[in-house]
Write a protein that binds this ligand. Structure first.
Ligand SMILES: [Zn+2]
Length: 298
């Protein structure tokens, strides 16, 4: 799935009319060189290596605070060694967290095994739902290599010398269109984060497009339907996308996500910017979920 989505990134770049040839080649190289680390590193299933790596960590089922502090201390120690160029152990700091992220310096996407569960992923889900859930997460993280912070860097994290100001202007026009698109959305008294979340909004919107294209490229699927629901494949795709943002009711606690918009706004923002969503659910033109103006970055 990850490689299929990466392939769509390359296809997308090949179709961007405002990229110069050199810039296009550089970005495609970066997309192709990107490493996808999904699940867990091999050493996790080797008890001897696992014990060696975690020998500094003490976990006592009756001492939650002490156990967490012990894990945090070891995580900090490992981070320190990584920053001092000693051999690092991929993913050590992430095994106990539910995280998916992109690391610019390594040009690498990490998806922890803890993310590979419902509502994002299950092998028992129909394919459109796997792509709508986990696929859109992969698309989001892959897209971080090309968000407004990372796009200026090549596959080796060197400043891309062929990034021309004309390209920058067109790119930023798309980003600002998204910023305007999100501005009217609110949830209770929670408003959007404005410019501080624009890099995440780019990844949400372009990432869903990548996952959608990748699932469509699989051809006719003849998938089973969800019991009791007569959803089409496209409806299943977008339902899975929305479902992965399900959360506990915060009961009035203010949303404190400075770089991500509130989960509901993330879902509304992407769905109302998607022609495919509007088509799948027959949203009338110019209704809240299908405004005439749509924004695209690539
Ligand atoms: Zn992100």
């Amino acid at each position: 799935m990850g490689e299929n989505i990466k392939k769509q990134m390359v296809n997308t770049f090949n179709g961007v009319p405002w990229f110069g040839e050199q810039l296009k080649a550089g970005l495609i190289r970066k997309a192709q060189a990107m490493e996808l680390l999904i699940g867990y590193p091999d050493w996790v299933i080797d008890p001897v290596t696992l014990d060696t790596i975690y020998h500094n960590v003490s976990v006592d089922p009756g001492e939650l605070l002490f156990s967490v502090m012990s894990i945090k201390t070891e995580t900090g120690r490992q981070k320190y060694h990584q920053s001092h160029s000693e051999p690092c152990i991929n993913g050590l700091a992430q095994l106990h967290t539910i995280r998916a992220f992109y690391l610019g310096r390594e040009n690498r996407v990490n998806i922890a095994s803890s993310v590979l569960q419902l509502p994002s992923f299950s092998l028992h889900l129909p394919t459109p739902m796997q792509y709508g859930g986990m696929g859109t997460t992969l698309g989001h993280e892959i897209m971080h290599a090309f968000d407004n912070r990372n796009i200026f860097y090549d596959a080796n994290y060197k400043r891309e010398p062929n990034w021309h100001s004309a390209a920058n202007e067109t790119y930023m026009k798309g980003a600002m269109c998204l910023n305007d698109h999100y501005r009217p959305w609110s949830f209770g008294n929670i408003r959007t984060n404005g410019l501080s979340s624009v890099h995440e909004d780019i990844c949400d919107n372009e990432g869903v497009k990548l996952a959608y294209k990748a699932y469509k490229a699989l051809g006719e699927l003849n998938e089973r339907r969800l019991p009791g629901l007569n959803l089409t494949d496209d409806q299943m795709f977008f339902t899975a996308f929305g479902q992965k943002y399900c959360e506990l009711d915060l009961n009035g606690i203010p949303w404190a996500g400075p770089t991500h918009n509130h989960p509901r706004i993330r879902v509304w923002g992407v769905a109302s910017n998607s022609e495919e969503f509007a088509k799948a659910f027959n949203c009338p033109k110019n209704s809240p979920m299908n405004p005439v103006k749509k924004c695209t970055v690539f």
